[in-house]
Design a protein around this ligand. Sequence first.
Ligand SMILES: [Zn+2]
Length: 64
Amino acid sequence: MQKLNNVYLGNLLVSGGSDTVCPKCSSNLVRRDGYRVQLTGLDESGLCAECGWDPGVVVSEYAG
Ligand SMILES: [Zn+2]
């Protein structure tokens, strides 16, 4: 299931058009504003800032 979650979030980061929420605590993780992606709910390690869930995505590609 964890692998499915990774694919789920990864797909949303790449091609999704809406916000992404944490599957564990429903915190908003990624906010999309047109072509811009803001990692609003992830800490500096790429984990959910609320519950520590690891989305398993390459955060550095977007966080720079
Ligand atoms: Zn969470």
